[in-house]
Design a protein. Sequence first.
Length: 481
Amino acid sequence: MTTPSCCVANLSRSAQPVELNLAPFKGRVPVEMLGRTAFPPIGDLPYLLTISAYGFYWFRLATDAAVPSWHEQIVSVDERPVVVLFDGWTSLFRERVVPWRIGMAEKTRTQFETDTLPRYIETQRWYAAKGTPVERVRITESVLWQEGKTTWLVALVELDGTEPRAGYFLPLALAWEERDDERVRNLTTSAVAKIRQQASIGVMGDAFADEVFCRAMVAAMAAGREIAMSSGKLQFRRTAAFSEIAGADFATLPVERPRGSSSNTVVNMRERLMLKGYRRLRVGLNPELEMGLYLTEVAHFANCAPLAGVLEYVGNDGQTRLLAMLQAYVANQGDGWTYSLEYLRRHLEQYRTTPAGDAVPLNAHEAYLNLIRVLAQRTAELHQALARSTQDSAFSPVPLARADVDAYRQRALDEARGALDLLAANLEALPAGDREARQCGARAARGARGAHRGLRGIQPCGQEDPHPRRLSSRPGARDPQ
């Protein structure tokens, strides 16, 4: 089956916008053929493009391309189902209504768990089993948290239809059009459903899109509050650095629209605070929380995002689940790994398109290497902070033993073999005319095989290798530079 393509050309001498009806290809990702750049996926709405003067786009409408990491899928509130409530949040709980309304509450709860919530969760980036239909979202633990005149449903849910069964943190908010215009606008971008109660209409949405909820979370951490639930409690805590990080005016900080990541929801508060909600529920200690507490309160490590507060669910059985963390906001351009991959991609593209006679400047990578030197220094400082003596056994330094080195070496060898096998298996997939690329790939594979053999000579600190080996790809070859 051939992959459809789409070519759009602008014959005008000025930039032009265009809207294309690509609905028959909904779900496909347009990949620009010349630069191999992935564009946002096609949906039901007209696809909007802006083309420069005499420019053109040539797309492959792919089903095997990844959606751009920065893209957020926002479903219009008009596409969400309608939930009819008769008494606010209590309409979902048979034990909270008068006896003659129990049947209505059970019917509303069934619709909510089998239709409303599954359709919402299936469209979220933090839903781990993407592409797998959700049969039912069961509310296993919940509390109605009220601050002033506003009430939120803070729920822990389990999903039917996914293997293994997964639990998620799902706080929800209600806003009514006649009295909460601003909150309605905020919740519309993260809407779960349209709601109606008698003559009132409104929106139910993700509570992380509600400024009032986010501020209430920070205030509860500051106060060290606990909120009882049926089988446990919500436990808010602050760290010793809370006051320094949050400031005295944290209750008035403007809240940005939440950003989704692969497993979390992140809300920034005026580039001072970052509230991170952990959607997937995991039992036990969270490494990010442990490390954040240690670096903030024990090591006082300056080059990290210090931890200000935390929200955990503590069950009556003593088991804990991390729900949210509050950290200092750190301005950034992304993570070092992605930055390096993008830099390498740009460099290789420049090398590929540079005329054969043009030499690459000797200091072509100096700006990038300066950043990497700083990253290396910060990494060394982090290891120094983690190497200090402490009464916490989880962070006490342990000498590196022979077995540790053997395990690290074997893992590196396994990863190297896997990468080399993948490289060798895909050499033939390169275009037949791109002989130079094939030759470069073959040389890289041969050189890397020789290099990874040198890993066998790694010794623990303070020990010498009784049988030293040269890093060479074959007997008599030069040591790789």
